[in-house]
Design a protein around this ligand. Structure first.
Ligand SMILES: Cc1ncc(COP(=O)(O)O)c(C=O)c1O
Length: 366
């Protein structure tokens, strides 16, 4: 056997939300009846303009993609209110940007800080580069970042600090004053993950010009409705972006992804409709879940809600299995570090899907 890297041998598998195909095969359900509330996708579906653009581009699949990504970079810069030199695009979504950060910053033994619970892919990616996770705290049930625990975790080996706002899976924002405190107390890169910022109405992009150690991470997978096309982006100072571009895979953003991304980000009507529907759905789900005494739901600024189900005396595994049997996919959160076996995360759906979900969970809980 060839010698495998230790970081690969020690890697824990990443557990994503379950796919429709998997569920159809396991439970023998009709795929059109499945309600997928497990991966924080856009309930409105894909932008019709993106669908049309991809159809028109399909005949050019034999050609390599553009490598400098000028047009899309310009679109993203305009959408974000920054200049194109401050933007980097990733072809496996924001997840690829995380990998590029690892390649750019992490030497074996370097540390990165993750307040938990939070998005699990940070550690999944950076451990491969030899990064050592240092866990800080996200306080529950208060649902707030414990900023002191982040500051206490900083050492001379800290290279990256992850701040997810709104936080996945808890849904709460990080107070801007806490972001500033952290930025001012470290030389490490502070990655503010704004994958869900559009649902909150809050962003921190104006801080980019003031702090060289700030990096904002974003994605086309949520409000922009292109999770299947895998497009992410990052915003930081031009010099740091230039370093990252040196190690970025040259052709990772496919022709079809580029075309779809440009169409979607310029489809103002679609973005507005998606935002309105997601917020309406989130608030409806929050109100209705709050009425069920056995469930404790957390207010959210994102497109999902975290629910503490321990009063039902069912584990999240059991609860999600019961929902799956009825064709409803939610996220069993037991694989999130920092959460125990009694949490599920529910993404916003269409209003009709939400009603079916509420009816079903009421029945299961009773
Ligand atoms: C907080 C957060 N950051 C980043 C991502 C990565 O998004 P993608 O790789 O689909 O662009 C996700 C996806 O669920 C997420 O929840």
């Amino acid at each position: 056997m060839v010698k495998i890297k230790d970081t690969v041998k020690e890697q824990d598998p990443y557990i994503p939300g379950r796919s429709i195909k998997e569920i159809v095969e396991q439970y023998g359900l009709d795929k059109d009846e499945i309600i997928k509330l497990g991966s924080n996708e856009n309930p409105l579906g894909t932008s019709p303009r993106a669908v049309e653009a991809v159809k028109n581009e399909a005949k050019f699949m034999y050609r390599y993609p553009e490598s400098d990504l000028k047009e899309l970079t310009k679109d993203v810069a305009a959408y974000s209110g920054v200049s194109p030199e401050q933007v980097i695009l990733g072809g496996d979504g924001a997840d690829e940007i995380l990998d590029i950060l690892g390649k750019t910053l992490i030497e074996p033994g370097d540390e990165f800080i993750v307040p938990i619970p939070s998005y699990m892919y940070y550690e999944f990616t950076l451990k491969i580069h030899g990064g050592v996770p240092i866990y800080a705290n996200w306080d529950m049930p208060e649902n707030v970042l414990n900023v002191g625990s982040v500051l206490e975790s900083i050492t001379p080996r800290t290279r990256i600090i992850f701040l997810c706002t709104p936080n996945n899976p808890t849904g709460a924002l990080i107070d801007r004053r806490d972001i500033l405190t952290i930025l001012e107390n470290t030389d490490a890169l502070v990655v503010v993950d704004e994958a869900y910022f559009e649902f909150s109405g809050v962003n921190n992009v104006d801080l980019i010009s003031k702090y060289d150690n700030l990096f904002i991470l974003r994605t086309f997978s949520k409000i922009l409705g292109l999770a299947g096309m895998r497009i992410g982006y990052g915003i930081s100072n031009p010099q740091f972006i230039e370093y990252m571009k040196r190690v970025k895979p040259v052709f990772s953003l496919t022709r079809l992804s580029q075309i779809a991304a440009s169409a979607s980000i310029n489809d103002q009507e679609y973005i507005e409709k998606s935002t309105a529907l997601s917020i309406e759905s989130r608030e409806y789900l929050y109100r209705e879940i709050s009425k069920i005494p056995e469930l404790d739901v957390y207010a959210s600024k994102a497109n999902y809600l975290l629910v503490d189900i321990r009063k039902t005396e069912m584990t999240s595994k059991l609860m999600s299995e019961e929902l799956l049997k009825e064709g409803i996919i939610v996220r069993d959160c037991s694989s999130f570090r920092g959460l125990d076996d009694y949490w599920i995360r529910v993404s916003v759906g269409t209003m009709e899907e939400d009603e079916k979900f509420i009816d079903m969970i009421r029945k299961i809980v009773k």
